[in-house]
Design a binder for this molecule. Structure first.
Ligand SMILES: [Zn+2]
Length: 187
């Protein structure tokens, strides 16, 4: 999505970040683990459950993150729209498929938290986080994403490292050439 909206690595990174940032409210898990380790008590996920999907999964966080990210952008308005898009795609994916192991472990989206308690959105048929639906979507999205990398000369790896991305895209393009010429003779 970032590569469809932005034409430079910096803006693509910012837009991608906006799609990942909502889950920083899951950082309470680190506190939970630290608490269990230092106190010797059994591991509970109190902080994780209390803040995850609450603090950064609503419109207040969308505005905050988007404003902060757009500040660093080259093409500001494009990044604003791109960030809002990937942020809300994250929420949609969570709403559809982030359930826990039992059918009652539904994760709601509290779209106005932490400012207001309503609305709270549930999906009764929410599928499991590790369900076949998510794995299918992963493969279905990965293949076109690799194709974008080959076509545009920049893939999602650039979020981590531009140098690693050049190597990665180079390998993909070599494969494409080999496939289109019907084999890897001479390589
Ligand atoms: Zn999330």
């Amino acid at each position: 999505m970032a590569s469809a909206v932005a034409d430079n690595p910096r803006d693509r990174r910012l837009i991608t970040l906006a799609g990942v940032l909502p889950d920083v409210d899951g950082a309470g898990m680190i506190v939970d683990v630290a608490k269990a380790l230092t106190s010797g008590q059994e591991l509970s996920f109190d902080y994780y459950a209390k803040f995850h999907h609450v603090w950064c999964h609503g419109w207040p966080a969308a505005i905050l993150f988007t404003a902060a990210l757009a500040f660093f952008a080259r093409r500001r308005w494009r990044v604003v729209w791109g960030c809002l898009l990937t942020f809300h795609l994250h929420l949609l994916c969570d709403l559809l498929g982030s359930r826990g192991p039992s059918p009652a472990d539904l994760w709601p989206i509290c779209y106005s938290e932490p400012l207001f308690h309503h609305p709270i959105w549930f999906l009764k048929n929410q599928w499991r986080l590790d369900g076949w639906q998510n794995r299918t979507i992963f493969v279905a999205v990965l293949l076109p994403a690799l194709w974008v990398g080959v076509k545009k000369g920049a893939s999602f790896v650039e979020v981590l490292s531009l140098r690693a991305d050049r190597v990665f895209v180079g390998v993909l393009q070599k494969w494409r050439t080999q496939i289109s010429t019907g084999g890897g003779a001479g390589e």
